[in-house]
Every structure is written in C-alpha cells, then in structure tokens.
Design a protein around this ligand. Structure first.
Ligand SMILES: [Zn+2]
Length: 320
C-alpha cells in the first residue's frame, strides 16, 4: 500500500485577504478558503480572522496535518514566530503571531516573510526543486525577493534580507516609497509601472493599447500591456523590454555580489512571460562579470495563482 501523503496548512496573510489552504507534501492544493484581512482594525482582529479561517479549513478534516506555515509581509523573526514590523498591516509591531496560533491549534507553526516563503515554495514544490542556489524575484505591487543558497534561505542578520526591490539603479531616478531614489521597485512595481504608462502613452497615439483601454487611462494594467504585446504592439513590447532591462541591471549586481546565476521570476507582472525573461537574461548576461556570463539562467516561477498558500505551506516541509 502506498504511503499516505502528509499535508500542511498554508496561511498567506495579505493586506486585503487571508488565503488559507491545505497542501500535500507534493505541493497539491486540496482545499482552500479566503477571508478578509480587515487590516485597518489592527492585529487582534486580523489574528481572529486567521483563526476563523483555519477553523473553517479544519472542519471535517480528513488529512494528516503536519503543521501550519504562515507567510507574512514585513520583517519577521522566524525563530520566535514574531512579526516585528509589517508596513502594510497597521499596528503590527512585535506581534507574537506564531505562539498565538500554536496555542490555539496545537500544531507546529512556521512563520516566514512572504517573499522568503515564495522562494521556499519554489525550492520545495516548484522551479527550484533541482537547483541549489537561486534568487526568487516576485513582481507585484512591490518587487520582492528571496535568496536561496545551498538549499537554505538566506535571511541576513535580522531576517530582512532579500529586499531586491530597493536596489537602486539610478541615483537620479524616480522617488521610491522607501525614501530612496531609483529603486527597481520604482520602475517595476505595479503602481509605478501603471503611472509611467499613463504619463507616456499620449506620445504613442498609434499604440493598440488605446483601443484596449477604450481611451480610458484608468484602465491601464500590466495585463493589458501583456495582451497588447501578444498582438505585437510596439509600445507594449517597448514597455516590457525596458522593464526587463531595468530588472536585469539590478539582478546583474546581485549576481556579481552573490555568485548566484539562477533567477526565478514570479508574481503577477511575470505574466509578461518570455519577452520579459529574454530581456532580463540578455541584460544580466551583458553586464555580469565575465566568468559568470555563460551560467546566467532566468526562468519563470512554477507556482502561479496559489503561490502564496503553497509557499506558506512549504515552510512546514522545509527542513530548516
Ligand atoms: Zn526603495
């Protein structure tokens, strides 16, 4: 008889929704639920919502649960299970999320920064399964990252490593939310990207994008740019290529610094697909120091829509 699968609960704590699921050891999502975060009501309410969601997912549970993994934005102490600070969650300062959830459900709880959880998800279930060292880049509202070296996540001194989004590529570049200038997030982050497109689209009156947004600039989105690019729109291709170039400049520095040559690109904006990955790869190859050049590998993330839940659940299967 085949050995029955082991399962883990993954909690993806986002600013708007908390997504909770049961995932098998092999990375299969077997059950999921989404509850509102209600972040503005503060940590107590958010934690109550997490507990409510986990209770719902455990109703009539027939799976062999090994533990609960939580992916959380911000700076996290994985050892203590404490969320030290989370910029998108008002009031979160040294919140003992791990111990609270552990006391409630009597499962082992693993807490991790969400970008690191995404990297571990790719390591355990996804594109990084057969790769020892890689950098995971998540393109979404912000630009997040996680560094995996010899199958281990690199957390840095205080657990805040991997903030790839705030590598600056231009001292005179656009102002970033973090207070610096020219951060890669200020080019490739969703809202910055949309704003840039809105301001420059008028210089491209022939672009197919105009028709796709019905001349309404509020409808500009990465998805529209992707669709226009698939229709071979010159402006959309230019936007994607430029973004790949900007990302590539930042990642080449990382490659030189870390001697890691594999980059896994995920997140919503990664939907730009091959044209983006090609542009990133070409730029890194052209800029990284010569000995690293032939090894540069830029590949898409494998965990797509459920990357958050799967990344969080992978923490339970990740041998720390
Ligand atoms: Zn920044």
């Amino acid at each position: 008889m085949a050995k029955p699968d082991k399962f883990a609960i993954g909690v993806d704590l986002g600013g708007t929704n908390i997504k909770i699921g049961i995932v098998s050891e092999k990375g299969k999502l077997v059950k999921s639920v989404s509850v509102k975060t209600e972040a503005d009501s503060g940590p107590k309410k958010v934690i109550a919502n997490i507990i409510k969601g986990v209770e719902v997912i455990l109703e009539k549970n027939k799976f062999k649960i090994q533990g609960i993994g939580i992916g959380c934005p911000g700076v996290v102490s994985t050892k203590k299970g404490i969320v030290e600070s989370a910029p998108n969650l008002p009031g979160w300062k040294n919140v003992k999320l791990g111990p609270i959830i552990k006391n409630k459900f009597a499962y082992k709880v693993h807490l991790e920064n969400d970008a690191n959880a995404a990297a571990i998800g790719e390591l355990i279930f996804g594109a990084g399964k057969k790769i020892d060292s890689f950098v995971m880049v998540t393109l979404g509202t912000g630009v997040g990252g996680g560094i995996v070296f010899n199958k281990k996540i690199f957390r840095g001194e205080f657990g805040a490593a991997g903030e790839i989004g705030h590598i600056s590529i231009d001292v005179n570049g656009p102002k970033c939310n973090c207070g610096s200038t020219g951060c890669i997030e200020a080019y490739a982050g969703n809202s910055y990207l949309k704003e840039k497109i809105r301001s420059e689209l008028k210089d491209y009156p022939d672009s197919k994008v105009w028709k796709m947004i019905e001349n309404d600039l509020t409808k500009v989105s990465p998805r529209i740019i992707q669709a226009a690019s698939e229709k071979k729109d010159n402006y959309a291709n230019f936007v994607i290529e430029r973004m790949g170039n900007q990302l590539g400049v930042a990642l080449a520095s990382l490659s030189n610094l870390l001697d890691i040559s594999t980059f896994i690109i995920g997140g919503g904006v990664a939907g730009f697909g091959k044209p983006l990955l090609d542009s990133v790869r070409l730029t890194i190859s052209a800029r990284v120091l010569l000995p690293l050049r032939s090894r540069v590998l830029v590949i898409p993330a494998k965990l797509k829509n459920e990357a958050g839940i799967k990344g969080a659940s992978s923490l339970v299967f990740y041998n720390n």
